[in-house]
Design a protein around this ligand. Structure first.
Ligand code: AMP
Length: 310
């Protein structure tokens, strides 16, 4: 199995226990999913497609990517640009974020349609998100969606997390229209009900799933925090219960890790319900730790040949 995840990985400055000191890390929604995928599905090759600059920070990011087990063959370098940055502030346990990403190199990741098509051709499974769409200019967004459409027509599986982030978009309408376009070229949809209910006015997870089925997707998995996960696939629907964590430490990357667990399950031959249950187990672990990238031990890796936990 070859997976291609596409999007933006940013530098992260997170507060340490020493007031005023910050630790440098790297994270970003699609990147987090790719990172967890390398751990859960060790037999898969996971490539990350993005663009970075040529400066030291960009080089650090690419080195981190490689040391995490990700293939960086599709990382483009753009001179005079750099990676986006966000800083986490903590006030009485509540996290808030400041972003510097308007000029990031990743915004150019879809500038070259031929390069995009070549990268997509190398994969069986292509993963992107609403953030991937949100950082692109309108023309590049259309290149990107059209490349996904061609890839799907040639038999690739396309997985999409709408990850609605209004801050990245000029208007709510532009965002919701682009998300529905993305859904229209995808097989697997991995939305979070909390966001979907706000921006699409969905009354229930079932309504969210129905909207994406009508857009043309075949498998819809609606995450809903500590509530059950609702799914629809090929006309069958149901729920998988979540074992709630009462002392949540940090929900960063809960959805991203869930997506990785689900895709790893499917990639290694688990059935739908088992893949969702595996995803719940992984994200349950992630919300009990601080930060996006939580070390996951062997109990959350799947054997590529048998689909069993190793
Ligand atoms: P969300 O994107 O917030 O809907 O969360 C994604 C996934 O993370 C959920 O489907 C759950 O599997 C897991 N998750 C989030 N919050 C909790 C929680 N409080 N307890 C257990 N699992 C959780």
């Amino acid at each position: 199995m070859r997976v291609l995840a596409i999007g933006e990985c940013m530098a992260e400055l997170a507060p340490t226990d020493n007031a005023g000191d910050f630790r440098l890390g790297f994270a970003g929604d699609t990147f987090n999913t790719a990172w967890y995928l390398t751990r859960c599905a060790p037999n898969a090759t996971v490539s990350y497609l993005t663009a970075v600059g040529t400066d030291a920070l960009s080089q650090n990011l690419t080195a981190f990517m490689r040391s995490s087990g990700l293939d960086d063959s599709f990382v483009q370098t753009i001179p005079d640009k750099s990676v986006g940055l966000y800083l986490i502030s903590l006030k009485q346990g509540e996290r808030s974020f400041s972003y510097w990403r308007d000029q990031s190199a990743a915004r150019s990741l879809a500038d070259d349609p031929a390069r995009l098509a070549k990268a997509m051709d190398s994969a069986n499974l292509i993963y992107f998100s609403g953030i991937t769409l949100g950082i692109l200019a309108p023309k590049q967004r259309q290149f990107f969606i059209s490349a996904l459409k061609d890839a799907r027509a040639s038999g690739k599986i396309i997985a999409f997390d709408p990850n609605l982030r209004p801050m990245l978009w000029e208007s709510a309408d532009t965002m919701t229209n682009a998300i529905m376009q993305g859904a229209g070229v995808s097989d697997i949809l991995l939305p979070s009900f909390e966001d979907e209910s706000v921006w699409f006015d969905d009354a229930t997870p079932r309504a969210t799933a129905q909207r994406y089925i009508e857009a043309g997707a075949t498998t819809i998995i609606v995450k809903n925090g500590s509530e059950s996960v609702y799914f629809v696939e090929d006309g069958a629907s149901g729920e998988v219960p979540v074992k709630p964590v009462s002392d949540v430490v940090d929900t960063t990357a809960a959805g991203d890790s869930f997506n990785a667990g689900f895709l790893a399950g499917r990639a290694t031959g688990l059935g739908l319900r088992d893949s969702i249950a595996f995803a719940c187990r992984l994200s349950r672990k992630v919300v009990q730790h601080r930060g996006a990238l939580v070390p996951v031990e062997a109990s959350t890796a799947l054997d590529g040949d048998t689909g069993r936990l190793v």
